[in-house]
Design a protein around this ligand. Structure first.
Ligand SMILES: [Zn+2]
Length: 390
């Protein structure tokens, strides 16, 4: 546990659910933990006691990736944890593979012949944006990644030919973890209330991590299902991707987590990774501080010389990384550069294409703007907290 984690409180201590079993964390709320074959090696999923049209059952929140081991763990959960009741609905916080990967299988598993007939007795609930992005991602091997991603990362300075080639070749990543999504969905929107059994859950949208992440807050239980928008230990990945190359993801993320400030300090946060915790307001401030410090480091580096996103990686990340982590890292580096660029503190330039007269390398670099240089020269005070606008 690091110093920042020690400022949070973990009401369940070190307890973790066993494989294929649950721990009850609030009345009618069960915690499932499944392994992931990534550096981030687990995900938390939730069961909510539900009732739909007089039928008693459960809602599942998040699904794990499409993987035989995850299916086997779900079957164990169905045998031991459902009290003989069916799953009535699958709620997905956002479209990342560890959250939506098995939604198609779970909805089919609990809809039976209804799903084959084109209707779902056990439907998927998700934001419209994340549904359609996931649907697009699993439609073909080249929807995400591949050539476009390789070109995008190269334009942001990735100059290792082997890594660029590996990114170019990685064309089936999303469909391998999310082979399909259900044909229909039920839309969740910011501010919407979702009745789950005896409890009302409020949808809270979040941006900067996924297209339209939905966290769920239940006032009656004092519980927030935070998804990936409120994690206790690691900071949420906030990236810029090739589909939206001029996104200001970090500003979107920091604005989004501020929406949780209006929730009570006693709220029990159920995160997708790590342990359930209280101390959300402290955590929100930690995340602001973390990104403020990273932005100050990026600003310092870009004041010394114009930097590409690839140049910034050793500033932001002090550890060796595999290809998967490197793609996240470049996306994060771009997000930090863009936050400063949108604030007018950095200016962006594109090295001329190397084939053009005068040469150049076709790489985006960011340098301190003149006004930022004046501020830096006249003041030794720390940088202000980012105050992003949407
Ligand atoms: Zn995610």
């Amino acid at each position: 546990m690091n110093d920042l984690e020690r400022q949070l409180h973990y009401p369940l201590g070190d307890a973790l659910p066993e494989s294929g079993r649950c721990i009850t964390v609030a009345p009618g709320v069960k915690w499932i933990r499944m392994g992931l074959p990534f550096a981030l090696n687990h995900i938390n999923l939730w069961l909510l006691r539900d009732e739909q049209a007089g039928v008693q059952g459960w809602s599942i929140v998040d699904c794990c990736i499409h993987h035989d081991d995850a299916k086997a763990q779900w079957e164990s959960i169905f045998t031991h944890e459902l009290e003989g009741l069916p799953v009535l609905r699958v709620i997905v916080t956002h479209m990342h593979p560890d959250h939506i990967g098995l939604a198609h299988w779970l909805c089919q598993r609990w809809s039976g012949e209804d799903a084959s007939a084109g209707a779902y007795a056990c439907p998927l609930w998700i934001s419209a944006l994340d549904y359609h992005v996931a649907k697009f991602g699993c439609m073909g091997p080249t929807a995400f990644g591949g050539e476009r991603a390789a070109n995008f990362f190269a334009a942001h300075g990735l100059n290792d030919p082997e890594m660029v080639a590996q990114i170019r070749a990685r064309i089936n990543y999303f469909p391998s973890l999310v082979p399909s999504v259900p044909e229909q969905y039920h839309r969740m929107l910011d501010g919407q209330q979702v009745q789950v059994g005896a409890h009302t859950w409020h949808c809270i949208s979040g941006y900067g991590h996924a297209p339209e992440h939905i966290a769920l807050y239940c006032e009656g239980l004092g519980v927030l299902i935070g998804g990936d928008m409120m994690l206790p230990r690691i900071s949420t990945n906030v990236s810029v991707y090739e589909q939206e190359p001029e996104a200001n993801s970090l500003a979107l993320f920091l604005n989004s987590i501020d929406k949780f400030k209006s929730l009570p300090a006693s709220t029990l946060v159920l995160p997708s990774h790590g342990k359930p915790f209280t101390g959300m307001h402290t955590r929100i401030q930690q995340l602001h501080d973390h990104h403020r410090d990273r932005l100050a480091e990026v600003m310092e580096a870009c004041s010394a010389k114009p930097c590409s996103a690839y140049d910034i990686i050793p500033v932001l990340f002090k550890r060796p990384m595999d290809l998967h982590q490197m793609t996240f890292a470049i996306g994060e580096a771009i997000a930090h550069l863009h936050a400063l660029w949108f604030e007018g503190r950095l200016v962006r330039s594109l090295g001329q294409n190397r084939d053009a007269p005068g040469g150049g390398d076709g790489i985006y670099r960011f340098a301190a703007s003149e006004s930022a240089a004046v501020v830096a020269a006249s003041s030794a005070s720390p940088l202000p907290s980012p105050s992003p606008t949407t």
